[in-house]
Ligand binder design. Sequence first.
Ligand SMILES: [Zn+2]
Length: 88
Amino acid sequence: MARTKKVKMAGRYGARYGIRVRKSIVEIESQQRQKYVCKRCGKKAVKRIGTAIWECKSCGYKFAGGAYIPVSPAMKIVEQAVSRGREA
Ligand SMILES: [Zn+2]
């Protein structure tokens, strides 16, 4: 039991999310190399230039988004919460 306590957080995290996390890392890495559609000019020319910083190579539009993809899952959750709030 002492051993379990020692690695409580890390141990639990690894057992539960190890494979999922590793899979999502592979997904994220391939996603961040992709080009995304620009919100401003509509061209597929948005590239990640830094952590959460994206730039359109076509029109030069720069914006902050998700760290790995232009729209972060957290932003989607916020959007969902907002729309749900409006309905209620
Ligand atoms: Zn653009």
